[in-house]
Write a protein that binds this ligand. Structure first.
Ligand SMILES: NC(=O)c1ccc[n+]([C@@H]2O[C@H](COP(=O)([O-])OP(=O)(O)OC[C@H]3O[C@@H](n4cnc5c(N)ncnc54)[C@H](O)[C@@H]3O)[C@@H](O)[C@H]2O)c1
Length: 266
């Protein structure tokens, strides 16, 4: 038994950037046919092209995961293109930390009463509601295909750790973890495993502003037993394990890849 994904058809949401991109690239290297799905179609296409240029199998798909109907179309497209759906790695997500030029990333410096309803709603819409739409859409095809499947939800250390200045994000990720547990029970009878990965602070565009802020970066590194940020490939590795048959008896769990950060919170 190994972590290979030969013959598996896997949707990766958020596949245009950061952790999702690494999951898409590594899943294709492990033998999967990959649908790179993202709300940024050009970047998703670029990821798929880069996979194909290495000899892998990939297509891209434009989706905003807050659009439930579009999530169904995404799963339908995967089944039509690759002949079925065996896996989902759901990495599409937003933080509430400002990313210059990206209207979906807000200034997360406000907390508690200062959160705008709009920011709260958008973070929950993308990270929790959108996650559910994607899980539901792929599960329909997995059930129809009769071969079971594996869903891997990219949660966060924030599933268990209350950061103190990102309540919408933490609540969304705690919800993602609970969704993972409940669906693992509901889908088990169909042979569908549902697990989560809980990344710690990882070097992606999402954390660029934090890493450029000396005191924020030092605070995070200081709280991380391994004393560094993770790399996207170090999150992709546990995601691929959970997606693979090597994890055939693993469901309803969260695998933290966080340099030890949540050893304090768990
Ligand atoms: N980077 C970290 O430190 C870290 C830590 C813990 C968890 N995570 C989680 O990992 C996942 C990936 O984050 P990342 O760090 O790679 O960030 P990123 O910003 O580099 O990538 C996120 C991707 O999701 C896509 N996306 C955002 N909203 C979307 C929507 N509504 N529909 C479709 N696609 C959408 C973006 O276009 C982008 O390509 C997120 O769920 C994030 O919450 C990240």
């Amino acid at each position: 038994m190994n972590n290979r994904l030969d013959g598996k058809r896997i949707v990766v949401t958020g596949g245009a950037s950061g952790i999702g991109r690494a999951c898409a690239v590594e899943a294709a290297r492990a033998g999967a046919a990959v649908l790179v799905a993202d709300r940024h179609p050009d970047a998703a296409r670029e990821t798929a092209e880069s996979i194909r240029s290495e000899g892998g199998q990939a297509e891209s798909f434009a989706v905003d995961v807050t659009d439930a109907r579009r999530c169904e179309e995404m799963a339908d497209y995967t089944a039509r293109t690759f002949g079925g759906v065996d896996g989902l790695i759901a990495a599409a997500g937003i933080s509430a930390v400002a990313v210059p030029g990206d209207p979906d990333h807000h200034d997360g410096s406000a907390a508690g009463l200062d959160w705008s309803t709009e920011v709260w709603r958008r973070v929950l819409d993308v990270n929790l509601d959108g996650l559910m739409y994607c899980n539901r859409a792929v599960a329909r095809h997995m059930i129809a295909g009769g071969r079971g499947g594996s869903i891997v939800n990219i949660a966060s250390i924030s599933a268990a750790w209350a950061s103190g200045n990102a309540s919408a994000y933490s609540v969304s990720k705690a919800g993602a973890w609970m969704l993972t547990k409940t669906l693992s029970i509901e889908f088990a009878k169909h042979g569908i495993r549902v697990n989560a990965v809980g990344p710690g602070f990882t070097e992606t565009p999402m954390t660029a502003a934090t890493r450029e802020d000396d005191s924020a970066r030092d605070d995070i590194v200081g709280r991380t037993p391994l004393r560094r940020f993770g790399k996207p490939e170090e999150i992709a590795a546990p995601a691929l394990f959970l997606a693979s048959d090597a994890a055939s008896f693993v469901t309803g769990t969260i695998l933290y890849a966080d340099g030890g950060f949540n050893a304090y919170a768990r």
